[in-house]
Ligand binder design. Structure first.
Ligand SMILES: C[S@@+](CC[C@H](N)C(=O)[O-])C[C@H]1O[C@@H](n2cnc3c(N)ncnc32)[C@H](O)[C@@H]1O
Ligand SMILES: [Zn+2]
Length: 277
């Protein structure tokens, strides 16, 4: 993944300078963690909004049950080419699907990293590093300058995650595209109220288009809707993988979960926007 990356301190290209150490010509050095991810944090990078270990575990559990597979397929279909960069990648669930869609089946299996997962949570980065043989994983802050070379990505994914329009546009190659997923107002509506889940306004599609105007143009927009049949355990994971996890008491959550049947119908409702540079 090094040919895609830049130094978070001075934006110069990075090369391998030692055993599990990369660096730039200016002398800045960064270690590859034992778990396979690279930390590229600059002096102004923030990591406090990154997911905790428990949130990442809950996310891995819920996504592993396959309920959001319909979103992953819709995202992967719209990833035009590699390299693919996912910002706020979490466990790299969507990135792995996109990489499989853009790699030709007869390519040499692990010769080139074609997916780059970027997240400010080291727990997420650890999972992303193991998600797929063609994915490289980096700890970085989506709200600082991205440690990615200008024009290095053919596709950028942003799924329920932070995105800085100027930086997304900078790292995209000319003609490259952003595939972004935003929730619709009735996404998870059956469980939001009873479980006191925070409604975080991750941005309506119109707000997304407005934020990117001047950088990227919306070329396609599609709604993905489904009725999920989820277990009580899945419902608990949905709460614990999101921002409500930071506020909920375990005892209160357990009591509220008891009011749900073991099979509950929950609405999945998201919009997938494709924007081109
Ligand atoms: C709602 S999760 C979505 C993860 C993944 N895209 C998915 O849908 O499974 C948001 C992700 O953004 C990450 N995140 C939060 N603040 C961030 C920041 N400033 N820079 C990079 N990642 C951040 C969190 O650690 C978390 O993995
Ligand atoms: Zn440097």
């Amino acid at each position: 993944m090094l040919p895609m990356l830049s130094c978070p301190q001075c934006a110069e290209a990075l090369t391998e300078v030692g055993d599990s150490v990369v660096g730039c010509p200016g002398g800045h050095r960064f270690d590859v963690a034992r778990q396979g991810y690279l930390s590229l944090l600059g002096s102004r990078s923030r990591t406090d909004t990154g997911d905790s270990a428990d949130m990442v575990a809950a996310r891995g559990q819920f996504l592993g049950a396959g309920h959001y597979g319909v979103i992953a397929r819709a995202v992967a279909e719209r990833a035009a080419a590699g390299p693919v960069l996912e910002i706020g990648a979490g466990t790299a669930y969507y990135l792995a699907a996109a990489v499989d869609a853009v790699v030709s089946p007869d390519a040499v299996p692990t010769a080139v990293t074609i997916g780059l997962a970027l997240d400010s949570s080291r727990y997420a980065a650890r999972r992303a590093a193991a998600a797929h043989p063609r994915i490289g994983s980096v700890v970085a802050d989506a709200w600082s300058a991205l440690p990615v070379l200008t024009g290095a990505a053919a596709t950028v994914l942003s799924v329920f995650a932070p995105r800085d329009p100027a930086e997304v546009a900078r790292v995209l190659a000319p003609g490259g595209r952003l595939v972004a997923v935003t929730p619709q107002p009735d996404h998870l509506v059956e469980i939001r109220g009873p479980l006191h889940m925070l409604t975080v306004d991750e941005g309506k599609p119109e707000r997304l288009a407005a934020a990117f105007s001047g950088w990227l143009r919306v070329v396609d927009r599609a709604d993905v809707r489904a009725e999920m049949r989820v277990t009580r355990t899945d419902v608990g994971a949905l709460v614990l993988m999101g921002p409500s996890a930071r506020h909920v008491q375990a005892s209160e959550l357990a009591a509220n979960l008891d009011t749900f049947e073991d099979q509950t119908a929950v609405t999945l409702a998201v919009t997938i926007s494709v924007l081109e540079r």
